[in-house]
Write a protein that binds this ligand. Structure first.
Ligand SMILES: Nc1ncnc2c1ncn2[C@@H]1O[C@H](COP(=O)(O)OP(=O)(O)OP(=O)(O)O)[C@@H](O)[C@H]1O
Length: 595
């Protein structure tokens, strides 16, 4: 209940910030709507008594009051709806934006890769719309129901205090309804993983990108079958929760129904013995029907508010998760240029929430101005090393030092502003070509000159000639007039983006050239290395490149061979060949394959 009250307060405050005038008018209209029906029931009682007494004047007046109150009850809610609908949509927009901010607010990317975060985001995305106008409806209906129940209670108590047991019996469906909703929420959470995995399979089967592989491998039917199993799992869990919830709700309603029948009998008996008027009987029958309606609405409204409360508390959970305070104060400036370089000391790493040590015992010097290549088998830990350098994760133990300063002491945004990076799982920003490249350096995102220079450095300028409207071409098929790019063309755009910053301290290329042929990759890296040397002269920048192509790797000043989470060998090509160990073996195998 505390969470629900808190959610109501949060919604009211949010709506007040959007538009206090609209909120106030909506509340007044809803309260008017809420009190109108019980008051109309009272006027109806008086009308009946006047009619029985044959008093035309009193009956006409009571009739007019009934008419006005019924009209108010039927219309005021609609006027209120127009206002709170808008408020609700604004609230939804604000929360939607907040979710985007939360998703981007963390220092690293661990929250994107953690399953429990993915599950909550899945539920939150489905539930987010509840924060819109329907939550405002629930909130204002809750307020107006409270007032309506109060007015109804006073009218009942004036007739017979025992009749107050009627609204009290309403507690049963409310309590059991809450229990039902808690069970449903637990069911939704339990089903979240299966439905998330089912959604993933659904998009694999339906998206354009995997279509070719699916056709060739004939995997479509198998994925379809797995998708069905996962949905069945999720549906079974949800069905069980729904049945349990329905039983609880029925029990609650039965308790109330018994109280309803009893209270009607009490007043009818009093009327038969002459203690009550006919108007009182009409009043009680009208009020009892009203109480029943109020209770049913209250249960529904409470359930809606509980769901809103859960959504808002998920927001808080996520905000807390991404905003955990740094372990070390960020009190050191990012250097303007590197003089010593980057040093990794006794570094070990385990992905949060997992037990497997992915990197251990890593002690490395990456000298300022050098080009470093990382090689190793799949899953050896190359990308993980790069993620630590970009500070997407903090080391589990040990440190990364930049010119002797612990990287954690440098404000993360300042460090990222001095990085340039291209990744194997690069993003495909469906913007116009200029922006899709330019966002690699936001302040210069609209500059044709900067974008073309970056594409030149990425050996990718030819892509612009092939685009119908040059840099103004809309990329991607989300837009009807968008251009569909090939995998290699998207990669060129991503490489251009990675080259946008002119004076980074760290340039990272983590296999962003997998879609290019070996010759194109070689040419790219020659050009890239030339640029890296130019940048290195200006800023002492370090270039880190992950590649499986040894013809490219051999150009590096320092080659790191990662295997089983450790840096097994380090040195330049000649030294490692002379060593005659893993590097020499892998190089020999690849060279033989090309002969
Ligand atoms: N977010 C994550 N959570 C848990 N484990 C992860 C995560 N990302 C990677 N791993 C695991 O860490 C290990 C190293 O992964 P990493 O991506 O660093 O390998 P890699 O050397 O770059 O491989 P490849 O050459 O295939 O890209 C792998 O066993 C992988 O399963």
């Amino acid at each position: 209940m505390k969470d629900t009250m808190r959610a109501c307060g949060e919604l009211l405050a949010l709506s007040w910030r959007q538009d206090p005038r609209k909120l106030t008018i909506s509340i007044v209209l809803k309260l008017g709507e809420a009190s109108a029906l019980p008051l109309a029931a009272s006027a109806l009682g008086r009308l009946t008594d006047a009619a029985v007494d044959g008093d035309v004047g009193r009956a006409s007046l009571a009739g007019a009051v009934v008419a006005v109150l019924v009209i108010a009850a039927l219309t005021m809610g609609h006027f209120a709806h127009v206002l709170y609908y808008e408020l609700g949509e604004l609230n939804f927009l604000t929360k939607d934006r907040e979710l985007i901010d939360i998703a981007n607010a963390s220092r690293g990317i661990e929250h994107h890769e953690r399953p429990e975060y993915a599950d909550r985001v899945q539920v939150l995305r489905q539930e987010l719309e509840r924060v819109g106008w329907s939550s405002m409806e629930a909130l204002l209906s809750g307020l107006s129901l409270a007032v309506a129940m109060l007015v109804t209670g006073v009218l009942l108590a004036r007739l017979d205090p025992w009749l107050l047991l009627l609204p009290l019996a309403a507690a049963a469906p409310v309590v059991l309804g809450r229990k039902a909703e808690t069970g449903l929420a637990a069911g939704r959470e339990a089903a979240a993983e299966s439905s998330r995995r089912a959604w993933h399979l659904f998009s694999v089967v339906c998206d354009a990108e995997p279509a070719k592989e699916l056709r060739v491998s004939g995997l479509g039917a198998e994925l379809g079958a797995r998708h069905a199993v996962l949905w069945q799992d999720a549906s079974r869990i949800l069905r069980r929760a729904e049945v349990r919830a329905a039983l609880l709700r029925v029990c609650g309603q039965l308790v109330f129904a018994a109280a309803y029948v009893a209270s009607t009998l009490v007043v009818v008996r009093a009327a038969v013995s002459g203690q009550r008027s006919v108007g009182d009987v009409v009043l009680v029958i009208s009020l009892a029907a009203l109480v029943n309606q109020q209770v049913t609405s209250a249960v529904g409204v409470l359930q809606d508010l509980q769901r809103v409360a859960r959504t808002l508390s998920d927001f808080r959970w996520m905000r807390g998760l991404v905003a955990s305070p740094p372990d070390v104060p960020a009190d050191a400036p990012v250097p303007t240029r590197l003089t010593d370089g980057i040093r990794l000391r006794d570094l070990a790493f385990r992905y949060p929430g997992t037990d497997r040590v992915v990197l251990e015992d890593v002690n490395l010097d990456l000298p300022a101005g050098s080009t470093v290549a990382i090689v190793g088998e799949n899953g050896a830990g190359k990308t993980t090393l790069v993620k630590l350098l970009c500070r997407f994760y903090e080391p589990t133990s040990g440190t990364v030092e930049v010119d002797g300063v612990d990287l954690r002491r440098i404000p993360v945004d300042a460090w990222r502003a001095r990085l340039s990076a291209g990744f194997q799982d690069f993003a495909r920003f469906e913007l116009v070509a200029r922006e899709s490249v330019g966002v690699g350096d936001l302040p210069r995102a609209d500059s044709d000159e900067a974008v073309m220079a970056a594409l030149e450095r990425a050996h990718s300028a030819d892509i612009v000639d092939r685009l119908e409207d040059g840099l103004d071409t809309q990329l991607g098929i989300t837009y009807t007039d968008g251009t569909r790019l090939s995998g290699g063309q998207w990669q060129k755009i991503a490489l251009g983006r990675a080259m946008m910053r002119e004076e980074p301290l760290l340039l990272v290329l983590d296999e962003p050239t997998a879609a290019l042929d070996a010759e194109a990759e070689h040419l790219l890296f020659e050009q890239y290395a030339a640029n890296a040397r130019r940048v290195a002269r200006a800023t002492g920048a370090i270039t880190v490149l992950v590649s499986h192509r040894f013809s490219t790797v051999r150009m590096a000043d320092l080659i790191l061979v990662v295997s089983d989470g450790r840096v097994q060998e380090a040195g330049d090509h000649d030294a490692l060949m002379a060593n005659g160990q893993l590097y020499a073996e892998l190089y020999g195998m690849q060279a033989a394959a090309y002969r």
